[in-house]
Write a protein that binds this ligand. Structure first.
Ligand SMILES: C[S@@+](CC[C@H](N)C(=O)[O-])C[C@H]1O[C@@H](n2cnc3c(N)ncnc32)[C@H](O)[C@@H]1O
Length: 255
């Protein structure tokens, strides 16, 4: 999280097990356990969710793979024909192993797991990683997507460090990255959850280094998601790109 953010953790439930969870998260994340306070940024353990409450953003933010946008995209997103799937190389029957090195809210990773990929999600912001863990735990018991969730695992780590220390036998077929683009921050149209990422994590200023590490590690390809008119990360020219309405997927084929 950005060094300017003061975040505490709070409890909004009477259940003893939720209180235990709040205490253990406070310890793991080195956060002060405080009373609910609507004027500060808090990670809040409620009866059903672990969520982030940011005064300037209104409603609490948590990740939900079972309902809402993720469920909609799972049902109506276009399957293997959608641009993300094509960029990853999901031809008929191919289910490459993937590392998503910029997991964020795990939406893209969920799409790929739903289409059959085993996917490791790396997220360096500890609060976002906590939301992801919580969402996976809640979704694991769901009869429709429980099997999809078994293909997803989250690690709270900086991906550059992770990739640079990865043993060759664990190299994935594909590395996917969707770094936060600095100019998104200024747009009035930026969605609330992306604003949360900006509030907590700030823009990703080391994407070039991340792409360099990814290209040394991916066995088949690296895919970088960009706003359509954005320059290539680090001016590294991809082999090809796939475009959708507002998005471009730059594809770097491994040698
Ligand atoms: C734009 S968001 C990704 C959104 C994601 N694709 C989704 O579908 O929800 C970028 C995320 O990548 C994380 N990130 C950026 N660079 C990273 C790195 N080197 N290691 C791990 N996480 C990183 C940021 O903290 C942020 O949460």
């Amino acid at each position: 999280m950005s060094s300017t953010q003061q975040v505490s953790i709070s409890l909004d439930s009477n259940l003893a097990e939720r209180s235990t969870l709040a205490s253990s998260l406070a310890k793991d994340l080195n956060l002060t356990l405080s009373p609910l306070d609507s004027n500060t940024i808090q990670l809040v353990v409620t009866q059903h969710t672990v969520e982030i409450r940011v005064p300037s953003l209104g409603n609490p933010i948590y990740i939900d793979f079972v309902e809402g946008k993720n469920a909609h995209r799972r049902q109506f997103g276009g399957g293997r024909g959608q641009p993300l799937a094509k960029a990853i190389g999901l031809k008929k029957g191919a289910n490459p192993t993937v590392i998503d090195v910029t997991a964020g809210f795990g939406r893209d990773a969920f799409v790929l797991a739903n289409l059959g990929c085993e996917i490791i999600l790396l997220e360096r912001n500890p609060l976002i990683a906590t939301l992801l863990d919580d969402a996976l735990i809640r979704a694991a018991d769901n009869t429709d997507i429980g099997d999809v969730i078994t293909r997803m695992s989250v690690t709270n780590i900086d991906a550059i460090e992770y990739l640079n220390n990865l043993e060759e036998r664990h190299y994935p077929d594909v590395i996917y990255m969707d770094p936060m683009y600095p100019s998104r921050e200024k747009s009035a149209l930026v969605k609330k959850d992306m604003r949360l990422l900006h509030e907590l994590a700030g823009p990703d200023t080391d994407s070039e280094q991340l792409l360099t590490s990814a290209r040394k590690t991916a066995l088949k390809r690296v895919v970088v998601k960009r706003p359509k008119s954005a320059p290539f990360v680090g001016e590294q020219k991809p082999a090809t790109s796939i475009e959708s309405k507002n998005t471009r997927y730059d594809i770097y084929i491994s040698p």
